[in-house]
Design a protein around this ligand. Structure first.
Ligand code: NAP
Length: 383
C-alpha cells in the first residue's frame, strides 16, 4: 500500500480507502448486507494497509454504520481512521446536530469518530447549516473529544464549492465526486485544485463513476483507445492511476462489492504514484473521455436555454440521465435515476408539445421527439 499526505494533518492516508456504501448484499435488498463476505473484504483491506473507512447515516438503508461498527471490533478500529457524515437534509433544528451524532456513535458503537462530514452539501443545505450554527456546535464537540475533524462532502456546482471552501477556516478535507469523466462536473478539477491550494486534503468518491467506467469490456470505441496504450491496465486501473497521478488527490474511496474488486484495487494502490502517467497516457485518457461523450445520443450541452418549460419538464436533467444510460450501457441506473430523482410532474410525459424549447435550443435538438422516446425507455420499472 502506498500512503499520501492528508492535507495539513500529520498523518498519511492509504491511497485507497474503503467506502461502505456498496457492500455485497443478500436477496437484492440493500438493507441486507452480506455480513460474512463484507467483513472478510473490509478486514482483508485493512490487513493490507487500508487505513481509512467511510460510511454515512443513510447507506444501506441505515445499516452501514451499524455494520461498520461490528467489523471494526477485534482491534480493527485502532488500525483505521473512521469517517461518517451528518445527514444535512434531515437536519431541521440545532438540536438535531447532537441527536444525529449521538445516534451515529451508538450505531457505530464508538466513543470517538475521526472525521465527521457534513454530508452532500449543496447551496440549500450549506445555507441551512450555517444558519443553524454548525461551526460553533462542531467546535464544541471537537473540544469535548467526540470527533476529531470537520469536513464535508459535496454535490453541487463549482461556485457553491468555492463558497463552502472559503466559508470556514478549519475544514480538514473536502470529499468530491471526481473521475476522468467528471473533470468539469460539480467541483471538478477546478475544485480539486482550489481545495488543495487552501491546504485541504481531498477525498475522491465515485472514482469509477459508480462502476460505469470500469465495465469489462468497455464500449468498443473506448476499448480501442485503451488497447492503443502500452499499459496492461484494466479499465479500473486506468481510472485509478489517472487519479493517483495527481498530487492534489489524497485518497480514493471505492465502493467495492466483491473480493476480486478489493484484491485488484489493493494491488493497484500498492503501485499508486504521483507522476506515473506519461503524456501519452494522459492523452489516451482524454481520448477515452471524448469517446464516452461521443456515445451520448442527444447533443445537449446543459445550457438550460429550454428552461423554464411551461409544463415543468426537467428537460436537461432528463437528457443527461438518458445520455449516461446509453453511453455507459447503464440502463438499470438510468431507470432508477429517472423514476427516483425526477418528480412525476417533471417527467417527460408532461410535455404538451408546445415547442417553446425547440425554438430556443442552440443545438437545434428535436426535444419533443426525444422526450417521448426517453420516457418510453426510462419510465420502465428497474429490472
Ligand atoms: N458523500 C457522498 O455524497 C457520497 C456519494 C457517493 C459515494 N460516496 C462514498 O464514496 C465511496 C465510493 O464511491 P462509489 O461507491 O461510487 O465508488 P466507485 O469506485 O466509483 O464505484 C463502485 C463500484 O465500482 C465497481 N468496482 C470497484 N472496483 C472495481 C474494479 N477493480 N473493477 C471493476 N469494477 C469495480 C463496483 O461495481 P459493480 O457493482 O459493477 O461491480 C462497485 O460497486 C462510496 O462507497 C461511499 O462511501 C459518498
Amino acid at each position: 500500500m502506498q500512503y499520501r499526505k492528508f492535507g495539513s494533518l500529520d498523518w498519511d492516508v492509504s491511497a485507497l480507502g474503503f467506502g461502505a456504501m456498496r457492500l455485497p448484499i443478500l436477496d437484492d435488498d440493500s438493507s441486507k448486507i452480506n455480513e460474512p463476505l463484507a467483513t472478510e473484504m473490509i478486514r482483508y483491506a485493512i490487513d493490507h494497509g487500508v487505513n481509512y473507512v467511510d460510511t454515512a447515516y443513510p447507506y444501506h438503508q441505515e445499516q452501514s454504520e451499524r455494520f461498520v461498527g461490528k467489523v471494526l471490533k477485534d482491534g480493527y478500529r485502532e488500525k483505521v481512521r473512521l469517517a461518517t457524515k451528518m445527514p444535512c437534509w434531515l437536519v431541521k433544528e440545532e438540536a438535531d446536530f447532537d441527536r444525529f451524532l449521538d445516534e451515529q456513535m451508538k450505531r457505530l458503537d464508538v466513543n470517538f469518530i475521526d472525521f465527521y462530514l457534513l454530508h452532500s452539501l449543496n447551496a440549500k443545505s450549506w445555507q441551512k447549516m450555517q444558519d443553524l450554527g454548525v461551526f460553533d456546535w462542531a467546535e464544541k464537540r471537537m473540544v469535548e473529544g467526540m470527533f476529531g475533524h470537520l469536513a464535508f462532502s459535496f454535490h453541487d456546482d463549482y461556485p457553491v464549492f468555492e463558497s463552502i471552501v472559503n466559508g470556514y477556516d478549519n475544514w480538514t478535507f473536502a470529499q468530491i465526486q471526481y473521475n476522468f469523466i467528471d473533470v468539469n462536473y460539480q467541483a471538478g478539477k477546478k475544485g480539486l485544485n482550489l481545495a488543495a491550494d487552501r491546504g485541504l486534503a481531498v477525498v475522491v468518491m465515485e472514482p469509477l463513476r459508480g462502476g460505469m467506467i470500469a465495465k469489462n469490456p468497455p464500449p468498443k470505441p473506448v476499448a480501442e483507445i485503451w488497447e492503443k496504450g502500452e499499459r496492461d491496465w484494466t479499465p479500473a486501473g486506468w481510472a485509478f492511476n489517472w487519479l493517483w497521478d495527481q498530487p492534489e488527490v489524497s485518497t480514493i474511496l471505492s465502493g467495492m462489492n466483491t473480493m476480486a474488486d478489493v484484491e485488484e484495487n489493493i494491488r493497484l494502490a500498492s503501485e499508486a504514484e504521483v507522476g506515473k502517467l506519461t503524456e501519452q497516457d494522459r492523452e489516451l485518457v482524454a481520448e477515452a473521455r471524448e469517446a464516452y461523450a461521443s456515445l451520448a445520443p442527444i447533443p445537449c450541452t446543459q445550457c438550460e436555454y429550454c428552461l423554464p418549460c411551461p409544463s415543468g419538464v426537467a428537460i436537461p436533467t432528463i437528457f443527461e440521465i438518458y445520455n449516461d444510460a446509453v453511453s455507459f450501457d447503464a440502463w438499470g441506473h438510468g431507470r432508477w435515476a429517472y423514476n427516483n430523482n425526477i418528480k412525476v410532474e417533471a417527467r417527460a410525459d408532461n410535455c404538451i408539445e408546445c415547442g417553446e424549447c425547440e425554438a430556443v435550443c442552440p443545438q437545434q435538438i428535436e426535444i419533443i421527439d426525444w422526450l417521448a422516446k426517453v420516457h418510453e425507455e426510462l419510465a420502465q420499472p428497474v429490472k
